[in-house]
Write a protein that binds this ligand. Structure first.
Ligand SMILES: C[S@@+](CC[C@H](N)C(=O)[O-])C[C@H]1O[C@@H](n2cnc3c(N)ncnc32)[C@H](O)[C@@H]1O
Length: 269
């Protein structure tokens, strides 16, 4: 168990799919257009959200290696059917300990989603160096970037968002996390190693009718703010109650900022 429930990943998947940056996705698809078959490694695949999002945009013959340290999520991900004679292989691996093993063998593309904000600068540098050594392109989607806008505004929104962003910096198993700074850090790291990077925003747009997702996000954020201890329990619960009331009344919407990027080495193998 990783702490990311299949239920949560399933709930967020349609919002992730809608949010994925089209320019970045098109750049990924264009880069592999001439391939007859492609070998893809998905780092921290969860239930296979990236496989489902990306597969229709790639050449028909696909060989996916799905990597995660959560066996339940991996089992769900490998149940995703692939068109034609593609293959999906589950590889249980701790990406903090065994990152380099995940990149072993012939690979045309490494992908990830909703992972980079969990990792440290040291781990991202390690990833960039390992990818460069093999000249592998990298598609990283849906890294949270710290921008959140609640409508209608509440006097405590700014304090809660700051607390959540501080919580994002705690260790999630890869050393002190980069949180909102992760995508910017990764883009700079890959550019410094000679990669060209296409990037753009992939914000969640959560409307008044998306009550279930809003309730889920709000309770997660109240928990994170409480854990960090930047606000009193009374303030956090009062904020949560007001926000929940607005959601129930159909008056609440939310934008959560994310970044997608596609990094291509100067020479792909
Ligand atoms: C936010 S979820 C994203 C899952 C999926 N990529 C998606 O977009 O739905 C983060 C994923 O990272 C995985 N994870 C966390 N720490 C890991 C580690 N040390 N090694 C491998 N996977 C890890 C979790 O099991 C989870 O599936």
């Amino acid at each position: 168990m990783s702490g990311f429930s299949a239920q949560w990943l399933t709930q967020r998947e349609p919002y992730d799919l809608r949010a994925r940056n089209r320019t970045v996705l098109d750049a990924v698809a264009a880069s592999l257009k001439s391939h007859r078959s492609v070998r893809i490694v998905d780092l921290a695949c969860g239930t296979g959200s990236t496989l489902r999002a990306l597969s229709p945009h790639l050449p028909a013959r696909q060989n996916w290696k799905l990597i995660d340290n959560d066996l339940d999520l991996l089992a769900r991900a490998t149940a995703v059917p692939l068109a034609n004679d593609g293959a999906v292989t589950a590889i249980p691996l701790d990406l903090n300990r065994d990152l380099e093993a995940a990149l072993d063998g012939a690979v045309d593309l490494v992908v990830t989603s909703a992972l980079l904000d969990l990792v440290s600068d040291t781990w991202l540098d390690r990833l960039a160096v390992a990818m460069t050594a093999h000249s592998i392109p990298f598609y990283a989607a849906l890294s949270y970037d710290g921008r959140t806008v609640f409508t209608p505004a509440d006097p405590l929104d700014t304090a809660i968002i700051a607390a959540v962003n501080a919580h994002q910096l705690t260790d999630k198993g890869f050393g002190p996390a980069l949180g909102p700074a992760a995508a910017g850090f990764a883009i700079a790291a890959f550019e410094a190693l000679g990669y060209s990077v296409v990037h753009g925003t992939s914000d969640w747009a959560i409307g008044p009718d998306d009550r279930d997702l809003q309730h889920e996000v709000l309770s997660g954020w109240a928990d994170a703010a409480h854990e960090i201890g930047a606000l009193s329990l009374a303030d956090t619960t009062a904020w949560l109650t007001r926000r929940r009331d607005a959601v129930t009344a159909g008056r609440s919407s939310l934008v959560v900022g994310h970044v997608d990027f596609f990094a291509t080495p100067s020479a792909t193998r």
